[in-house]
Design a protein around this ligand. Structure first.
Ligand code: AMP
Ligand code: MN
Ligand code: MN
Ligand code: MN
Length: 286
């Protein structure tokens, strides 16, 4: 194990500013309790929680990197690109995120119509009850409503039965392009990271295209250690990081004490040999 990789960094999680259930301050406290030394809050398509998260990290003596997780449409699938260490006052990034959030309200209304057709009434108002940021209504908020009403026993069941491709509450959506997301992050001084690569349903050719185009646009890192990878998947993406000369990131993707099985700070360290993403971002750590 390479000493530079032995850092308890957790560079992926969500607050009430997107689809998490804790505030930035509550997350910072939980991260510190989990032993996190370097933290980033990465709300979906939003950077509204960054100042609070940075202040809370400072109060707990943790290093902080600004963060977000941008939804992208690539080869007909939704891909998530994490951005780390950008300037959160950057206008192009702010405008870009605002534009990509824009379609969510209309999409949510259509999702509710789909659910109404299978007998689930009032899902839009119901989901809104769980929303912390009116600009960011997501499938997760619908999932919490369907669990709350007793229609499903947990959010995984809701996604399986109602909210994934082909199911009644699923509405296809066009998010940002890969190029836009990588450029918004890079031009703001940050590093773009492919989030949880094992979660996409790509053929080997499509995956190769994702990694190739991501590099071409200026992407520099990939999540190797994440709450949504098995040990085997982590090994595969450690190999991919080497093959594509990408730095490696580590993050729990924590959303909620009730829903997430991977808590902040508990993942294995990054494998040696790989370049940790924080090495590219030393000057951006607050
Ligand atoms: P959206 O951005 O509105 O499409 O919502 C995507 C979010 O839904 C993800 O960030 C996850 O938090 C959550 N999600 C996606 N798939 C699942 C699943 N199978 N089980 C639980 N949560 C999921
Ligand atoms: Mn989420
Ligand atoms: Mn994600
Ligand atoms: Mn996430």
């Amino acid at each position: 194990m390479n000493a530079r990789n032995i850092l308890n960094a957790d560079l992926h999680c969500h607050s009430v500013v997107s689809d998490g259930t804790l505030t930035p301050e509550e997350l910072a406290e939980r991260a510190r309790r989990g032993g996190v030394e370097l933290w980033a809050l990465t709300d979906h398509d939003e950077i509204g929680g960054q100042q609070r998260a940075a202040a809370a990290a400072r109060a707990h003596g943790m290093g902080y990197l600004t963060g977000t997780e941008i939804s992208v449409t690539f080869a007909g699938e939704t891909v998530h690109i994490v951005g780390l260490g950008f300037d959160d006052g950057d206008e192009r990034l702010r405008k870009g995120l605002q534009s990509t959030r824009g379609g969510r309200a209309q999409r949510a209304l259509e999702m509710a119509q789909g659910l109404a057709q299978v007998g689930i009434a009032g899902a839009y108002a119901g989901a809104l009850e769980f929303v912390g940021n009116p600009d960011l209504i997501s499938r997760t908020h619908f999932a919490r409503f369907l669990v709350d009403t007793g229609i499903c026993k947990d959010t995984s069941e809701v996604f399986r039965k109602y909210l994934t491709d082909g199911k009644p509450g699923f509405v296809p959506h066009r998010w940002a392009t890969l190029k836009e997301a990588v450029q918004w992050i890079s031009q703001a001084g940050g590093v773009a990271v492919i989030a949880h690569p094992a979660r996409y349903k790509f053929t080997p050719n499509e995956e190769f295209a994702l990694f190739t185009e991501f590099k071409l646009h200026g992407g520099q890192a990939v999540e190797v250690i994440t709450g949504s990878h098995s040990a085997q998947e982590s090994l595969k993406y450690a190999d991919m990081a080497r093959e594509f000369d990408l730095a490696a990131s580590r993050g729990s993707d924590f959303h909620s004490p009730d829903e997430s099985h991977t808590d902040l700070g508990i993942l294995p360290y990054l494998p040696g040999e790989l370049t940790p993403v924080w090495e590219l971002l030393e000057a951006r750590i607050r």
